[in-house]
Design a protein around this ligand. Structure first.
Ligand code: BGC
Length: 555
């Protein structure tokens, strides 16, 4: 493995649930050996790091985010040796692996909670948050509004309520208890010793509770993560922390601290605004949100994503923005869940190839580390008729064979049906077919990841400067790092359009289109003029001062 200390800034991540990728035992559920067998695919795709969804022992009522034992692996996913084999083979391919870590809550099946609810005197009692009244911390928002009516649930044996920010089967841990804080550090040490490169920390804003507050983003929470960071820097240098903090920009940014808290945080503020900008065909929401989310400390980065395993969350947008999103992207009530939209990328944009390319090109060129959700690289569909968020967690589509090549189990045995909707059927939307077709989305994604790798420092670490121009339908910015520069131009609208750019500082340069290396005319005194097809974009390399040696088509 390379020893680049800023590896997470230059990387492209790939999010994958173990159960969904490849089933090596033919029991209908994916496993670590299956994932190991598919590492060459991920390497060939060009990803640098994998984010594993929770794989710990769990009753799977919240797909593993309900952990029953932090020190063991869900049996269907394999053994500890399978896990270690997977990690070492990933490392041999220079692919790092970070895993989900659920700190805020456990499964009610966890022995800690089982002990705690035996009696009020249980040594584990204080590991959870109890109250005689469900009016405590009143006003704290409920997150899973479609399934929960309170953050408190009555425990009949000991006759008190326990606190939970998510499902009622997920009691929150009490971080005021020093034993809890220490135990979670031990969990972290345990998995880092086994070779993980870091954690995606689940639900970080909610660790502590204080009366009279929203019980989110409290100073105590930041302090605790700083302690964890310090411990990791000292004991496991090179490992990282990635925060899932779905918050408004000013609160989300706090998770970087002064470069001494999280290395990365998901850019939740940006994600819905990418889609809003497209729906409104207007660059303003994007420019506005990016301006609010920067700057951040140099050793930190945002993680940019288009979709993930959850609903496309609309908690932190205005009511007007949410309406725009629902009207454009979730026309059927079935497509909505909680305050969000449970759809994959391809169906969200009506399977429009140009829009998928535009969105990915944005994700790969905006400041931050891109995270691809498994299957989105082949344009997989979803199934909104499966409950909860299961419609976006169906088996990976490898080929047109039985069960999409995911498993040779009987199809009734699969953990989830494969997608068979004619527009996204696995018989055509699958890795094998797409690898054979030069014009497939998968081959386009591979090409883009190769291009991005050529510019990994510029796009991974560079600054961003928006270029002022009159056409709001077009987003224009320059990425800059040391002496490298890339001009990026995106037509957010469904119509062809044009844009005129005043580029006096680049006068005399000849832009080189970065993906095909096609030369563009020299920048002169007049405004530089571009025409763009619907949802078209350009990445223009301005680094080479002149490329007279390259053949122009009119030479
Ligand atoms: C995860 C969800 C999960 C929730 C509760 C999150 O934010 O991404 O999938 O249901 O935490 O653990």
């Amino acid at each position: 493995m390379d020893n680049n200390p800023l590896w997470y800034r230059d990387a492209v991540f790939y999010e994958v649930p173990v159960k969904s990728f490849f089933d090596s035992t033919n029991d209908g559920t994916g496993d670590f050996n299956g994932l190991r067998m598919k590492l060459p695919y991920l390497h060939d795709l060009g990803v640098d790091a994998i984010w594993l969804l929770p794989f710990y022992k769990s009753p799977l009522k919240d797909d593993g985010y309900d952990i029953a034992d932090y020190y063991s692996i869900q049996p269907e996913y394999g053994t500890l040796d399978d896990f270690k084999g997977f990690i070492s083979e990933a490392h041999a391919l220079n692919i790092r692996v970070v895993a989900d870590l659920v700190l805020n809550h456990v499964s009610d099946q966890n022995q800690w909670f089982q002990d705690a609810k035996k009696s009020r005197d249980s040594p584990k009692r204080d590991w959870f948050v109890w109250s005689d009244s469900d009016a405590k911390y009143s006003g704290v928002r409920i997150i899973f509004i479609d399934s929960e009516i309170s953050n408190w649930t009555w425990e009949p044996n000991t006759k008190q309520y326990y606190w939970h920010r998510f499902y009622s089967h997920q009691p929150d841990l009490n971080y005021d208890n020093p034993e809890v804080r220490e135990e979670m550090k031990n969990v972290i040490r345990y998995w880092l010793r086994l070779g993980l490169d870091g954690f995606r920390c689940d639900a970080v804003p909610y660790l502590f509770e204080r009366e009279g507050t929203s019980c989110e983003n409290l100073p105590e929470t930041h302090e605790y993560f700083k302690e964890i960071r310090k411990m990791m820097d000292e004991e496991f240098p090179g490992t990282i922390l990635l925060a899932e903090a779905n918050q408004w920009p000013s609160d989300a940014k706090q998770y970087f601290g002064k470069g001494d808290e999280f290395h990365m945080a998901f850019n939740f503020p940006l994600m819905p605004r990418i889609f809003i900008s497209l729906a409104r065909e207007n660059s303003f929401p994007l420019i506005n949100i990016i301006s609010q989310t920067l700057p951040i400390p140099d050793n930190c980065d945002w993680a940019i994503f288009l979709r993930n395993h959850d609903e496309l969350t609309l908690e932190m947008v205005t009511d007007e923005e949410r309406d725009i999103m629902y009207n454009e992207y979730a026309k059927l009530p079935k497509m909505r869940l909680n305050l969000g939209i449970r759809r994959r990328l391809a169906p969200l944009v009506d399977n429009d190839r140009a829009t998928m390319e535009l969105l990915n090109a944005l994700m790969f060129s905006l400041p931050g580390t891109p995270i691809i959700y498994y299957g989105d690289e082949i344009g997989m569909g979803d199934n909104v008729y499966l409950g909860d968020r299961n419609g976006v967690r169906t088996p990976m589509q490898w080929s047109y064979d039985r069960n999409a090549g995911f498993s040779t189990a009987d199809n009734e045995q699969l953990y989830s049906p494969v997608v068979t909707n004619p527009n996204y059927h696995y018989e055509s939307v699958n890795v094998e077919s797409e690898l054979r077709s030069g014009s497939s989305l998968l081959n386009w994604m591979k090409k883009m990841l190769r291009v991005r790798k050529n510019y990994s420092e510029l796009l991974g670490r560079g600054g961003i400067r928006f270029i002022d121009q009159k056409n709001r339908r077009v987003l224009t910015y320059v990425r800059e790092y040391k002496d490298q520069r890339m001009l990026c131009i995106f037509n957010l609208s469904r119509r062809p359009t044009y844009v005129e750019l005043n580029l006096p500082e680049f006068r005399g340069l000849k832009p080189l289109e970065a993906i095909t290396k096609s030369p563009f005319p020299r920048i002169g005194d007049l405004p530089y003029f571009f025409t763009l097809p619907p949802r078209g974009f350009f990445w223009l390399n301005l680094t080479v001062p002149d490329h007279e040696d390259e053949k122009d088509f009119d030479d």
